[in-house]
Design a protein around this ligand. Structure first.
Ligand code: 4NP
Length: 155
């Protein structure tokens, strides 16, 4: 059975769809399954934000077929690793855990790149036009490290 990794942000239209597409592009599809979800419910069934689709496409990653969904408590057992984009997502998700095993699955994605610094992937939704480019770059670097670790551990 493939190992399952979930990327989580607030809306599931800007950051976590990018994280899903980027990580999936770095892993063999037969061994790993990458998905994403939002803690909020505004964008259920929506396509990712057009600016996320565009920056991914520029980097040869296609996220246009993704559909927004909301994080649910069943995700704790369905997924092996859960990466959240910022501290607010972290607390929203951690509030829902029922045991220590579930707690340990939840990690801030940028701690892979900057261990123990608890940094946020900034939400580009209302921000600067180049926000999507900088978010893409930081997620790409974090996903390089995640992919390397996962392949080493599970392949
Ligand atoms: P995301 O960005 O969490 O990176 O998908 C957001 C997108 C939409 C909203 C919030 C954050 N919203 O409030 O609609």
């Amino acid at each position: 059975m493939p190992l399952k990794i979930l990327m989580v942000c607030l809306g599931n239209i800007c950051r976590s769809p990018l994280a899903e597409g980027i990580l999936a592009s770095k892993l063999p599809a037969d061994k790993f399954n990458v998905d994403s979800a939002g803690t909020g419910s505004w964008h259920i069934d929506h396509q990712p934000d057009e600016r996320s689709i565009a920056i991914a496409k520029k980097n040869k990653v296609d996220i246009s077929n993704q559909k927004g969904r909301q994080f649910t408590t069943s995700d704790f057992d369905a997924f092996d690793y859960i990466y959240v984009m910022d501290n607010s997502n972290y607390w929203d998700v951690i509030q829902l855990v029922e045991n220590q095993e579930q707690t340990e699955k939840v990690k801030l994605i940028l701690n892979e790149l900057f261990p123990n610094e608890n940094m946020d992937v900034p939400d580009p939704y209302f921000g600067m036009p180049n926000g999507f480019d900088s978010v893409y770059k930081m997620l790409d670097k974090a996903c390089d490290i995640i992919a390397e670790k996962l392949i080493e551990k599970h392949c």
